[in-house]
Design a protein around this ligand. Structure first.
Ligand code: S3P
Ligand code: PEP
Length: 461
């Protein structure tokens, strides 16, 4: 097992998605949030003292982030939890900040958070940091981060591509100050500039100039986590929309427990919806900036009800699945899972506000259209989303295009459509390693925890 390979159990490829024999009834412990884990790693690496992450997500995207920070000199190790028995919280990563080093090389894989959040960090290294990743990473938008960093004083060699691969020539500091960015293709441009800004000489003032700004909850997550780390952040006000300011200053080392990944809870909640069953997700946070929180409302409208108790969030399907007309601009990463449910509904759905999904792990709008239609569906792409007219679906191979959310969406359809086979289900390791086992445990009424046991001795994350 390498640091970037969480070694999921080998699966048949294509993987025969299990058919539900009746309504599911299970409690599923979902691993930590990718978005929270990778922000926590960056903020801990930039802090002025060591910090800890409890229940971090151990997946391809987060291990790539940890490896990249380590390559720049940061210490990241698995340490014993310190608590025992029922109090044990799972894996703990200790992050020990250090003077950031270059030369270094960073493999971003296909992780938006790594490719966007780390070039600003690399500006603070004392030498060149080379970034490259999967072929798809060369196509995903990065120009907003590159142009903004240059405007703030950075030297970046990208051979005029405005994309990966590139080298950030770190000199140990960055001026910072006011900068404009068009983040209409990814909110991560804004998050990236804000996260490192406490360490820029003048902090930063980011002004978004584009017509739309997707994934606002993820920007709120950035702001909230910066503040938790002691940063001073001003957020957009009436009369001054789309402007964020971060003051320069030291960041604190925190002891942070990572919330479960609510977007990865989606397929399990969808299972309750499409089978008319019941699924509980323990540790569902009462307050969260994760976009997955919107599932409570969206899936309720599509045919069920949910209740937040001490046990977690329980979603109960009504036995009917309704179509929905919804703007998913704030919560774009939920689109594949909602499209899967919509394909099984009793009426048409229109999913809007997600044109930027064409530049995600794959072109998600094209991929969902092709693959659902390949099973007999009737999906058409619109300018900014999908129109889904439910049809009786049949067996077939569902291709996933190296996209974790395509794979989990296919599994949802496979619960009620016999003979769905998911090509490359292993791609779920990007954010949810062990997905097939969690899925079959759920169908067996599982109560199994996905959180890895605390290792007996310390070691590298
Ligand atoms: O900042 C983050 O953690 C994320 C922001 C969103 O990106 P986009 O704004 O590019 O959609 C989201 O889709 C992605 O999964 C995670
Ligand atoms: C868009 C996603 O990921 P990334 O962080 O690579 O942008 C996603 O997880 O749905």
């Amino acid at each position: 097992m390498t640091d970037t390979d969480p070694a999921p159990a080998a699966q048949a490829d294509p993987w025969p998605a299990p058919l539900a024999s009746g309504p599911v009834d299970a409690s599923v412990t979902v691993p930590g949030s990718k978005s929270v884990t990778n922000r926590a790693l960056v903020l801990a690496a930039l802090a002025s003292e060591p910090g800890r992450l409890r229940r971090p997500l151990r997946s391809r995207d987060t291990l790539l982030m940890a490896d990249a920070l380590r390559a720049m000199g940061v210490g990241i190790d698995v340490v014993p939890d310190g608590s025992t028995g029922a109090d044990a919280t799972g894996e703990v990563w200790r992050v020990v900040p250090a003077g950031l080093r270059g030369p270094a090389t960073v493999d971003v894989g296909n992780a938006g958070t790594v490719m966007r959040f780390l070039p600003p960090v690399a500006c603070l290294a004392d030498g060149p940091v080379r970034f490259d990743g999967d072929p798809r990473s060369h196509q995903r938008p990065l120009h907003g981060v590159i142009d903004a960093l240059r405007a703030l004083g950075a030297r970046i060699d990208d051979a005029g591509r405005g994309a990966l691969p590139l080298t950030v020539n770190g000199v140990g500091a960055l001026d910072g100050g006011p900068v404009e960015v068009d983040a209409s293709s990814s909110s991560q441009f804004v998050s990236a500039l804000l996260l490192s800004a406490p360490r820029f000489d003048q902090g930063v003032e980011v002004r978004h100039t584009g017509a739309v700004l997707p994934s606002l909850p993820h920007i709120r997550m950035t702001v909230e986590m910066l503040r938790l780390a002691g940063a001073s952040v001003d957020t957009p006000q009436a009369g001054e929309p789309d402007v964020w300011r971060v003051a320069p200053g030291a960041l604190l080392g925190r002891d942070l427990t990572i919330e479960p990944d609510l977007s990865n809870a989606q397929p399990f909640l969808a299972a309750a919806l499409v089978t008319g069953g019941r699924v509980t997700i323990p540790d569902w946070p009462e307050h969260t900036t994760q976009p997955g929180a919107a599932l409570r409302e969206i899936f309720t409208e599509m045919g069920g009800s949910c209740e937040l108790t001490e046990q977690g969030l329980t979603f109960t399907g009504s036995g009917r699945v309704h179509g929905i007309d919804v703007d998913l601009g704030d919560v774009g990463e939920l689109t594949p899972g909602i499209a899967a449910v919509a394909a099984l509904a009793d009426s048409e759905s229109v999913l809007r506000g997600v044109a930027h999904l064409r530049l995600h792990e794959t072109d998600r709008l094209a991929a969902l259209t092709k693959e659902i239609n390949g099973l007999g569906g009737d999906v058409t792409e619109t300018e900014d989303g999908l129109r889904i007219r439910p049809r009786p679906l049949h067996s077939g191979v569902f291709h996933t295009y190296d996209d974790h959310r395509l794979a989990t969406a296919a599994a949802v359809i496979g619960l009620v459509v016999d003979g769905v086979r998911v090509e490359n289900v292993a791609t779920t390791a990007k954010t949810l390693p062990g997905f097939p086992a969690l899925w079959t445990d759920m169908l067996a009424g599982g109560r199994t925890a996905a959180v890895p046991a605390v290792p007996a001795s310390s070691g590298s994350a």
